[in-house]
Design a protein around this ligand. Sequence first.
Ligand code: AMP
Length: 544
Amino acid sequence: MLETGFRTLNLDAAVLRALEEMGFEEPSPIQAEAIPPLLEGKDLIGQAQTGTGKTAAFAIPVLQRLSPDATRPQALVLAPTRELALQVAEEFAKMGKYLRVRELALYGGSPIDRQIRALRAGVQVVIGTPGRVMDHIERGTLKLDQIKSFVLDEADEMLDMGFIEDIEMIMSHLPPERQTVCFSATMPEAIARLTQRYMRDPVRISIARQELFAPQIEQAYFEIRERDRVEALSRILDHEAVSRGIIFCRTKRGCDEVASALQARGYLAEAIHGDLNQAQRNRVLSRFKEGQLELLVATDVAARGLDVENVTHVINFDIAQAPESHVHRIGRTGRAGKEGTAFTLIHPREFRYLKFIEKATKSQIPRRNVPTPSDVAERALELLGQSIGTAVARGAGRDARFSDLAARLLDEHDPQQLVAALLSSVADPKGTAVGTAVGTAEAGRRRPTGPADAYDFPETGAEKGYVRLFMNLGSRHRVRPADFVRTIAQEADIPGGLIGAIDIHENFTFVEVPRDVGTTVLDAMKNASIQGRSVHAEPAKPAH
Ligand code: AMP
């Protein structure tokens, strides 16, 4: 339950229920500041970028101010791009789920007739790009006389894209008694002028008011594509050999999903968030403290007041919603003079916000490339070498049984060849998998794979060294990435960590696996089932 945060904001039960379902634990700083004045109907200028929760900051109050029976649009949001318009529409749909709100995204490139039909059928919230919205106004297909709330989202980007005149034209069609909201990352002169002309006594908010000092620990960011987030995370975890890390996610649901995807790939990971009761929370924490868990997957709320030492890595799976929380998160590592590292996964859309965090914290966050499968493989060998070195230093193998055999083998074989043969029996053919012989946590996860396959795959459009497989189950069958990882790992007896990008569509899924286990996986899937359904797998066609 939402015991804090959103409950204090006077929200409708229907909105609270949707937020709970989305896994939001508490309002982000921009939401906490923007929602109350917006609910009162005030105008507002917010300085905030993607990643701060700005969309919900205006969507929640806009939704709550709608009258349920009106059929003409009551809220209009202008956004610079089709992607953003769709993203905002989706956020409205999720948050308005129990208010039965109808929203519509209007953007160029989509058939105008369909948009006209949808408008005629009645929508309450319109989210559009300025060009297409103008088009509908001119055609008389979009009526703005009942607009109560008007939002400019990413105003500076719309300005940069040359939309300022369209925006002014659109504003001249709005009823004077309306709420005007403007979100922008920066405040260029032209936007400031626009707000002065069209806004009444606006409330101004911005998320960085105090000076912040980032702790002196190593930081880096990795640019990722949305669907590769988990894959990138697991490669980073392997490459860095993270043994005690905290992974931050935005929502409770996100934590659960990431934790189970990691578990399926063989990591010792557990989620920790506000839905756990005290006993569950304590159990997870003590397992982490005792080293039985490698990774905690936490929300900001859950991590608050967390008393854990020796955290080697903090990984922001989702970027923090305010510079303050970024600083707070990364301060969980590198304590008491120990070394610590903080990584942030960044979608290109959030890039501006990363720069803003750098500025607010007066620190530079360098970029690193997500390790490739061969980087990971190389590193696995390096780690294997290190752990053997440690084992030797600890006196492992002094037992007479082993040392006698060793003496005999050394007599019979070339020493280099002998050691190489031993290594290859604990590492898989590509060196990505380290067998259990060495006895580290890493080793337990990486089981050796079967022999390399002979099957010659056609070009399937996969990443280098991988083949893309088509599987006939998708989101409508309620399958999740973890289901594929678990099933493939079990049936084909390969380490889950070897499985690459998983791209779930409605009716089917593409799964990338290393080329040399492609046939093994295809064969193994013949008898497999996921969520009680049998799976059909075949090499993907490159056209996909
Ligand atoms: P935005 O800054 O609006 O682009 O939002 C970035 C992401 O944060 C979106 O995926 C939102 O669904 C998510 N988000 C927004 N508010 C919250 C919140 N209070 N708690 C968790 N996630 C949030």
